[in-house]
Design a protein around this ligand. Structure first.
Ligand SMILES: *Cc1c(COP(=O)(O)O)cnc(C)c1O
Length: 412
């Protein structure tokens, strides 16, 4: 069925990918298309006979690229980073070729075993937490934070007392190391003992900032982690492993395995119990061979280069912070700890809202806002591995030029 030339396409696509990435800075970050742009560009039905590869590849530029937001542009500063590297991309090609479904050890032993070892490689120093995944869906309560947007121990203690007095059974608390809004770090060392005392499962969400713990100088931010029942971070955000790769360690994996265990006869095998069968650690049955890309990235970059990458992003954020502080029309809205700078025009929220609208309309740089305690601010996240000081300067120029225009219009 496969035409003999199909395998040649793979090689051409690799060239297309490297051209795309190496020249990404020449593309506008945000597309200009309107909703519904795509349908008229392609036929109404699938082709009866296969199309030519050249036509498909040409349509990537004609149909797809005009509608792509270029997340790896050096001036993409929205949300948080999503990782991208050649080692991870090539590992994914191999994973795509092996294309196994790693629900049990025997379904592909390398898939399970590499995952176990990679999670150990990542965990370093923190033997108290072990691996897996979990989910919940019950009555939820958000707790107030302090002036630095951190969740504090006394707030947790009060909430637990109130819930118990109201006849509720509090059983799960999420503390965040590096919140999405402002990258605040909850006071884990205060919260942990209280959760342990009340028998509340403490989950630590370090989705973005967790990658920084590869650098010893940032580990103070995870002080108290030994009290946690589960810990998660996403190498697919900030550790150069392409989406998706989200890692989770559990203090007591058996609690999870017992909850999710499904064991029909056709999935049983002789080595059961000797190695994890990851289908018991998750809700879906199937599991991709993701450990390969983690392995390739850790081996090909090495810890030193990954540390350098994290440090560079944080230095670039501090550089932007410095530029913002040099202009007294602006203020920094939250302490800069990682690669995120929260900033705003002094005064009414509306000013900063209009500023961001103008910036995104130009499409040279892309940012998103957030709001905490009714204070609106812009978030400049250093995202791309291509971002250099010059890009940060371009971003700042773009911010300043739009502020100039906005403020002069307001005066008139
Ligand atoms: C990005 C982010 C998430 C979401 O992570 P996914 O695993 O991609 O769903 C959760 N928590 C925080 C703090 C994040 O920054």
């Amino acid at each position: 069925m496969d035409a003999p030339q199909f395998k040649e396409f793979a090689k051409e696509m690799v060239d297309y990918v490297s051209n795309y990435l190496e020249n990404i800075r020449d593309r506008r970050v945000l597309p200009t298309v309107e909703p519904g742009y795509l349908r008229p560009l392609i036929p109404e039905t699938a082709p009866i006979k296969g199309d030519k590869w050249e036509d498909v590849l040409a349509d990537v530029e004609r149909v797809i690229m005009p509608g792509v937001t270029h997340w790896h542009s050096p001036r993409f500063h929205a949300y948080f980073p999503t990782a991208n590297s050649y080692p991870a991309i090539v590992a994914d090609i191999l994973s795509g070729a092996i294309a196994c479904i790693g629900f049990s050890w025997i379904a592909s032993p390398a898939c399970t075993e590499l995952e176990v070892v990679m999670l150990d490689w990542l965990a370093q120093s923190h033997s108290s937490v072990e691996r897996a995944g979990l989910l919940g869906g019950v009555k939820l309560r958000s707790l107030p934070v302090d002036d630095e947007y951190k969740l504090r121990g006394e707030t947790v203690a009060e909430a637990l007392k109130e819930d118990k007095a109201a006849g509720l059974i509090p059983f799960y608390l999420v503390a965040t190391l590096g919140t999405t809004s402002s990258c605040a770090f909850d006071s884990l060392d205060e919260i942990g003992p209280i959760c342990n005392e009340y028998g509340v499962w403490l989950h630590v969400d370090a989705a973005y900032a967790g990658s920084s713990f590869i650098c010893p100088e940032f580990r103070y931010l995870m002080k108290g982690i030994e009290r946690a029942d589960s810990f998660n971070f996403n190498p697919h955000k900030w550790l150069l492993v392409n989406f998706d790769c989200s890692t989770m360690w559990l203090k007591e994996p058996a609690w999870l395995v017992d909850a999710f265990n499904v064991d029909p006869l056709y999935l049983k095998h002789d080595q059961q119990g000797a190695a994890p069968d990851y289908r018991h650690w998750q809700i879906p049955l199937g599991r991709r061979f993701r450990a390969l890309k983690l392995w390739f990235v850790l081996r090909l970059y090495g810890v030193e280069n990954l540390q350098a990458f994290i440090r560079k992003h944080i230095a670039l954020a501090h550089y932007f912070e410095e530029l913002v502080r040099s202009d007294d029309r602006f203020e920094i809205a939250a302490e800069v700890i990682m690669g995120l700078v929260c900033f705003r025009l002094k005064g009414e929220n509306e000013l900063s809202e209009q500023l961001l609208k103008r910036i995104n309309a130009n499409g040279v740089v892309h940012m998103v806002p957030s709001k905490i305690n009714d204070i609106y601010f812009l978030r400049m996240a250093v995202c791309s591995r291509f971002t250099e000081r010059e890009d940060i300067e371009i971003t700042w120029k773009e911010v300043r030029a739009n502020a100039d225009l906005l403020l002069s219009e307001k005066k008139n």
